[in-house]
Design a protein around this ligand. Structure first.
Ligand code: ACO
Length: 160
């Protein structure tokens, strides 16, 4: 298994993995926008034949550049989406993808924390974020998802 930076050639495979693994799907335009704007913080996991089996797609919220940024004045990373194909789960891939993205958020963007949203029923992902990576619940966002489910808004302070 190889983990490396995501590149434009990976976009269709990343989107396919997202469609297979999650109900939250995005237009190709958004995937491209993320990779072009923040090319150093999204990663993929590939198998021996170069097939994409997992990804993390992330962005940076910088209040100086984005008036709509919800943060309180701090540059921070945000994980939009992460998933690993079913047959490749529990091998530590998601944890490695997250750690690589977090490290790049610190070194390249001087991000002070990283945030994400997760369905409150998503036990596997919550365990990854809370137990394995040390995220805390910052707040619960009621009816955040299209089907009415609440989201946990989670954050992790990054060492700078
Ligand atoms: N049950 C309980 N804990 C789990 C589970 C699970 N099914 N899966 C992972 N964990 C926790 C464990 O603490 C695990 O450590 P351990 O194996 O030493 O016990 C730790 O997370 C690390 O696990 P990884 O092997 O790195 O996780 P994996 O590569 O299997 O991917 C993921 C986890 C991404 C949640 C995967 O199950 C998946 O793709 N699910 C569907 C998509 C999804 O829910 N994505 C997250 C949505 S939220 C968002 O995108 C911001």
């Amino acid at each position: 298994m190889n983990i490396r930076l995501a590149k434009a050639d990976d976009l269709l495979a990343m989107q396919a993995a997202n469609l297979q693994n999650l109900p939250e799907n995005y237009s190709l335009r958004l995937w491209i926008y993320h990779l072009i704007t923040w090319p150093q913080i999204s990663f993929v996991a590939e198998d021996a034949k170069g097939r994409i089996v997992g990804y993390v797609l992330a962005k940076i919220d910088d209040p100086k550049e984005d008036d709509d940024s919800p943060s309180d004045g701090e540059i921070h990373g945000h994980v939009n989406s992460i998933s690993v194909l079913r047959t490749y789960r529990r091998l530590g891939l998601a944890k490695k993808l997250m750690l690589l993205s977090q490290e790049a958020m610190i070194t390249i963007y001087k991000a002070t924390f990283v945030s994400l949203h997760v369905r409150q029923s998503n036990k596997a992902a919550i365990s990854l974020y809370r137990d394995s990576l040390g995220f805390k619940v910052a707040k619960v966002e009621a009816k955040y998802y299209a089907d009415g489910e609440d989201a946990l808004s989670m954050e992790l302070a990054l060492r700078t």
